[in-house]
Design a protein around this ligand. Structure first.
Ligand SMILES: C[S@@+](CC[C@H](N)C(=O)[O-])C[C@H]1O[C@@H](n2cnc3c(N)ncnc32)[C@H](O)[C@@H]1O
Length: 342
């Protein structure tokens, strides 16, 4: 049986993975300090010895696999990117605590055979590659062969667009490993939703109004900045510039697109945000009710149908706010995400 230590355990996603892969294992200890994560961990996996703050751990019990999904806060593009230099005191530099514990394990002849890392894609970007390589060199010195790859959950039948770097280290210089091949996405976002969703999770009327506000689609709908010619009003083009099409006042002909006639007015409620309801009314070409969500594209909006995921914050200044039948990457506070429901 594989003895496992989950460092930075969170809610135990690594442990869940082992369960789902049917790998016979026992989690001998975890290290986690967040009281809410610990509560969820216990609920999902039962009581497990928690060694607490990793900086205070003197020595880990013997195990075959350590997982270390260390904080990405200072690496992620959505943070300040302070990095994870050794001794920098950033959250992400807690990685070097794993180094300290591995060095202790080495002295005690207890190095685990396997290590599993997970972190954001940005860790292999130009900016952080040297830190990452420093880490890999250290592992190589200890005798680990390292295999890493960027995986996206949507390539493994999870309707969430989430890219993460996974690195498996095996303490065997002849070790070989290849990452699993993608699995076609058959699950849809709506397959993941509960049948009954508490009212508190619906978006507020205010948010719904915002999502349906046609005055704020980068001017493309109500023509505040963009002045398309209406075929009925004028057949004379504006001055033709060298960069036609790049500015709001360039030459465009407005053609009525019947697909995008009246969007459905949805009912939405507040708080954690995951659901937007559509109600009967006009339907899109596919016969589905839909809402038009503002976004920073020429068109100024994207069509969201039932089962689609939406980024609800600052939609008018973002691109790709609607994801078909999936959700964008879920962050620790997912209050900017919504799902369109029937
Ligand atoms: C990226 S998350 C790990 C998520 C985890 N893989 C899961 O399944 O939920 C990083 C975790 O490190 C924990 N953490 C932060 N500082 C820590 C410390 N000093 N000691 C132990 N855990 C810490 C955080 O509370 C957080 O849960």
């Amino acid at each position: 049986m594989l003895k496992v230590i989950e460092l930075f355990a969170g809610v135990g996603a690594q442990r869940q993975g082992l369960k789902e892969a049917n790998i016979d294992h026992e989690v001998v200890a975890i290290s986690e300090i967040d009281k809410y994560a610990i509560k969820v961990y216990e609920k999902l996996h039962g009581n497990t010895p928690n060694l607490g703050d990793i900086t205070k751990i003197e020595r880990l019990p013997k195990a075959d696999l350590w997982t270390y999904s260390f904080p990405c806060t200072d690496i992620s593009l959505s943070g300040k990117m302070l990095g994870f230099d050794k001794g920098s005191n950033t959250q992400s530099s807690l990685l070097w605590e794993v180094q300290r514990l591995l060095e202790i394990a080495k002295i005690n002849n207890e190095l685990p055979k396997y290590l599993l890392m997970e972190n954001v894609k940005n860790i292999v970007s130009k900016r952080f590659k040297s830190n990452f390589e420093e880490w890999i060199s250290f592992l190589e010195e200890l005798g680990y062969k390292n295999f890493y790859q960027i995986l996206n959950s949507k390539d493994f039948n999870i309707p969430q667009n989430r890219q993460r770097v996974f690195m498996l280290s095996i303490r065997d210089d002849k070790a070989e490993y290849s990452f699993p091949s993608p699995i076609p996405l058959s699950l849809k976002l709506k397959d993941m939703l509960e049948d009954e969703v508490d009212k508190k999770y619906y978006l507020s009327e205010k948010m719904l109004q915002f999502l349906n506000d046609e005055t704020n689609r980068n001017g493309f709908i109500r023509k505040k900045q963009f002045r398309p010619h209406n075929i009925d009003e004028s057949d004379i083009a504006f001055t033709i510039t060298t960069k036609a099409g790049s500015r709001p006042t360039d030459n465009f002909i407005e053609v009525f697109d019947f697909r995008y006639d009246e969007g459905i007015r949805g009912r939405v409620d507040n708080d954690l945000s995951p659901t937007i309801t559509t109600k009967a009314g006009s339907k899109g070409l596919s016969g589905q009710p839909f809402i038009k969500v503002p976004q920073a594209t020429k068109q100024g909006y994207a069509i969201a149908e039932i089962g689609d995921g939406i980024y609800t914050n600052r939609t008018e200044s973002k691109r790709g706010v609607v994801q078909k039948e999936s959700v964008p990457t879920i962050k620790t506070s997912p209050n900017d995400l919504a799902v369109v429901v029937d």
